[in-house]
Design a protein around this ligand. Structure first.
Ligand SMILES: C[S@@+](CC[C@H](N)C(=O)[O-])C[C@H]1O[C@@H](n2cnc3c(N)ncnc32)[C@H](O)[C@@H]1O
Length: 362
C-alpha cells in the first residue's frame, strides 16, 4: 500500500497515481489535484460548524479522505458519516479511520438510499463526472436549513464542447464564445437552483470554484416555497450583444445567448473573508496558491457576471494584447469597475461597455 499526507491526515491507498485530469475509476480512487479543494472543504466545514452545523456526511468517500479530514481538522461538536457503495472502498475507509485515530461512522450504502433514511446539516457530493444523479437525493437528506458541496468533472459538457449533452443533461443552452468557464459554472449553478426550486428549496451559492478539470460548488439550501420562488429571479440568460449582457428568465434574448442559467452572485463575501482568516492558522501545503485564489474570489465577487478574455478582445481588434494590469488600471481611471477573476488569469471583469473596453486596447 502507498500513503499520502494531506492536512493532518495520512491516507492509505492501493496505488498512488499523479493524475492531471479526472483519472481512472477504481476502488480507493484518490486524485492529488483536488487537494486544494479538500483544503477549502476543511475551512468551509469549520465555518458551518461554527454556525451550528453538527451532522456531516462525506457521501461518495472513496478513501474517506474528505470525511476523515473533517473529523480530524474541524473543531467543535460534530458527527461525521463517511460513505461509499463499493465494499473495497468501505474497507479502506475503515482502515484509514483507524490509522488516523478518528471518531466517525463508516457506511457502505448507495448514497441516495442513505439520504432517504438519514438527515444531515452538510452533504459532500464528489462523484466521478457529473453530479446529476445525486442532486435530487440531496433534498431528501438535508434538514430545513443545510449545506452541500458538489463537484462536477464533466466540465467539457458544461462549457459547451458537447452542446447537445449540455442541453440534454443540464437543460441549458451553452454558448462557446469566450468566458466559457464562468458560463459552464453558471449552467451548473442554474441547474442546482432549478432542482432546488422543484423540491421547494432556495439555493444560495457560497463559493463557486473552478480549478484544473473540475468545478466545485459550496452552497446553502433553505426549505420554503416563497424563498424558492424568490430564487427563480436569479435564473436568466446571458448573451453577447457588443459586450456581455444579462436578462431575466422571461426576457429571452434573440441572439448569442446561453441559459437558462444562474445570473446571481457566485460567492458569499462573508464566507470568503472567513476562509482567508481561517487559512492564516493552517499549515496546508498549497497555502500560497489558496491565498491567491481567495484574493481572486474576493475581487471577482464585487464585479458583474462574465469576463472578457484579453486575447479575444485583441484578436477582435487585430491589435497586440496589452498587459492585464494596464487594462484594469485604464478602465478604473475611466471610472469603471474592473478586476481579475479566478476562472482565467488572462481575463478581466468590468462594468464598462464593450466600446470603452476596446478603446483601452488601442
Ligand atoms: C470520485 S470518487 C470520490 C473521491 C473522494 N471524495 C476524494 O476526495 O478523494 C467517487 C466515489 O463514489 C463512489 N460511489 C459511486 N456511486 C455511489 C453511490 N451511488 N453511492 C455511494 N457511493 C458511490 C465510488 O465507489 C467512488 O469511490
Amino acid at each position: 500500500m502507498e500513503v499520502v499526507e494531506e492536512g493532518k491526515v495520512k491516507i492509505f491507498l492501493e496505488r498512488f497515481r499523479k493524475y492531471k485530469g479526472p483519472g481512472k475509476r477504481e476502488p480507493g480512487f484518490y486524485n492529488p489535484t483536488l487537494e486544494i479543494d479538500r483544503d477549502i472543504n476543511v475551512l468551509f466545514c469549520q465555518y458551518i460548524a461554527n454556525k451550528g452545523a453538527k451532522y456531516f456526511l462525506d457521501g461518495l468517500a472513496s478513501t474517506g479522505i474528505r470525511g476523515i479530514r473533517i473529523a480530524k481538522e474541524v473543531g467543535g461538536d460534530i458527527e461525521v458519516d463517511i460513505n461509499d457503495i463499493n465494499s473495497k472502498a468501505h474497507e479502506l475507509i475503515k482502515k484509514n479511520m483507524r490509522e488516523n485515530n478518528v471518531n466517525a461512522n463508516a457506511l457502505n450504502e448507495n448514497l441516495c438510499i442513505l439520504l432517504h433514511k438519514k438527515r444531515y446539516d452538510y452533504i459532500d457530493i464528489d462523484p466521478y463526472g457529473s453530479p446529476i444523479p445525486f442532486i435530487p437525493c440531496i433534498f431528501k437528506g438535508i434538514r430545513r436549513k443545510a449545506y452541500a458541496s458538489i463537484t462536477a468533472t464533466d466540465t467539457a459538457t458544461l462549457c459547451g464542447v458537447y452542446k447537445k449533452a449540455c442541453i440534454r443533461k443540464y437543460h441549458a443552452i451553452p454558448l462557446r464564445l469566450q468566458a466559457v468557464k464562468e458560463m459552464g459554472m453558471r449552467i451548473l449553478l442554474g441547474y442546482i437552483a432549478k432542482q432546488s426550486a422543484s423540491y421547494d428549496f432556495a439555493f444560495k451559492p457560497m463559493l463557486s470554484f473552478s480549478y484544473s478539470h473540475f468545478f466545485r460548488i459550496y452552497g446553502y439550501f433553505e426549505k420554503g416555497a416563497r424563498k424558492a420562488n424568490e430564487n427563480i429571479a436569479k435564473i436568466g440568460w446571458i448573451y453577447w450583444d457588443n459586450g456581455w449582457k444579462v436578462s431575466k428568465l422571461d426576457e429571452l434574448p434573440t441572439i448569442n445567448y446561453a441559459g437558462p442559467l444562474w445570473i446571481g452572485e457566485l460567492h458569499d463575501v462573508e464566507l470568503v473573508k472567513k476562509l482567508k482568516e481561517y487559512l492564516e492558522e493552517r499549515n496546508f501545503k498549497r497555502k500560497k496558491e489558496l491565498e491567491k485564489y481567495i484574493d481572486l474570489f474576493l475581487e471577482e465577487t464585487e464585479l458583474p457576471p462574465m469576463y472578457y478574455e484579453s486575447s479575444y478582445v485583441a484578436k477582435d481588434l487585430k491589435v497586440k494584447q496589452p498587459k492585464l494590469n494596464k487594462i484594469i488600471e485604464k478602465l478604473k481611471e475611466e471610472g469603471f469597475e474592473a478586476g481579475r477573476n479566478h476562472f482565467d488569469f488572462n481575463s478581466f471583469k468590468t462594468n464598462a461597455p464593450y466600446e470603452k473596453i476596446k478603446r483601452v486596447f488601442v
